[in-house]
Design a protein. Structure first.
Lengths: 114, 113
């Protein structure tokens, strides 16, 4: 059983398109996250949700909109894709907000914008 | 703000060599410290963690000690294997506020047989 799953694994699209990435966790966790990993492997948090409520929004462009329909799902919708959006996007979850909780990561979605 | 600095990579070693990957941090309060590992084509996995000063995290032969006086959390392993080849990330989590993970830039490790 995959703990944190993401779809799709690869996404190739053209500039200006709108796309979504889906994330699901079966760990019963309350908190979910989206991270962006650039071509140099640098990882930065984008959003976090706790019990479907937005907790962290790290100055991400408005073109990115997370949606949490329930505690097990956190989807990422991106409007008007730009070349600079090309990256690997990771979803993660944890049992709570407290800093000591381990985060469990999905396998990543490699987004390529042409 | 909080930040994490790791030693520059890539690091290439021979099998059975001793490994150290340096990590220092800047943070207010008392953060928790982590090492995550990313194997090729996969997501990150927690390798070890320490939640307070002088704690030692250990797993799979890797160790790191939370040193508040030097604000460091260096990763060590006495004898590396080819299967340890991966990218290693040092990270900290705020003890207050939104408690997000802040990552270092990652260190790519390659172990040659």
């Amino acid at each position: 059983d995959t703990a944190v799953s993401q779809t799709p694994k690869y996404l190739v699209t053209q500039m200006g398109n709108d796309k979504s990435i889906k994330c699901e966790q079966n760990l019963g966790h309350d908190t979910m996250y989206w991270y962006k990993q650039d071509s140099k492997k640098f990882l930065k948090i984008m959003f976090s949700y706790n019990n479907k409520e937005l907790i962290i929004n790290e100055t991400v462009p408005n073109r990115f909109s997370p949606k949490s329909p329930d505690k097990a799902h956190l989807n990422l919708h991106i409007n008007s894709l730009e070349l600079g959006d090309s990256a690997v996007y990771f979803c993660a979850s944890s049992a709570g907000l407290a800093g000591a909780y381990e985060q469990y990561f999905g396998p990543g979605t490699r987004l390529t914008v042409t | 703000g909080n930040s994490v600095t790791q030693m520059e990579g890539p690091v290439t070693l021979s099998e059975e060599a001793f490994l150290t990957i340096n990590c220092t941090y800047t943070a207010t309060g008392y953060p928790s410290l982590f090492w995550y590992v990313q194997y090729p084509g996969e997501g990150l996995q927690l390798l070890l963690k320490a939640t307070k000063a002088d704690d030692k995290g250990s797993n799979k032969g890797f160790e790191a000690t939370y040193r508040k006086e030097t604000t460091s959390f260096h990763l060590e392993k006495g004898s590396v294997q080819v299967s340890d080849s991966a990218v290693y990330f040092c990270a900290l989590s705020d003890s207050m506020g939104a408690q997000k993970l802040v990552f270092g830039q990652g260190t790519r490790l390659t172990i040659n047989p």
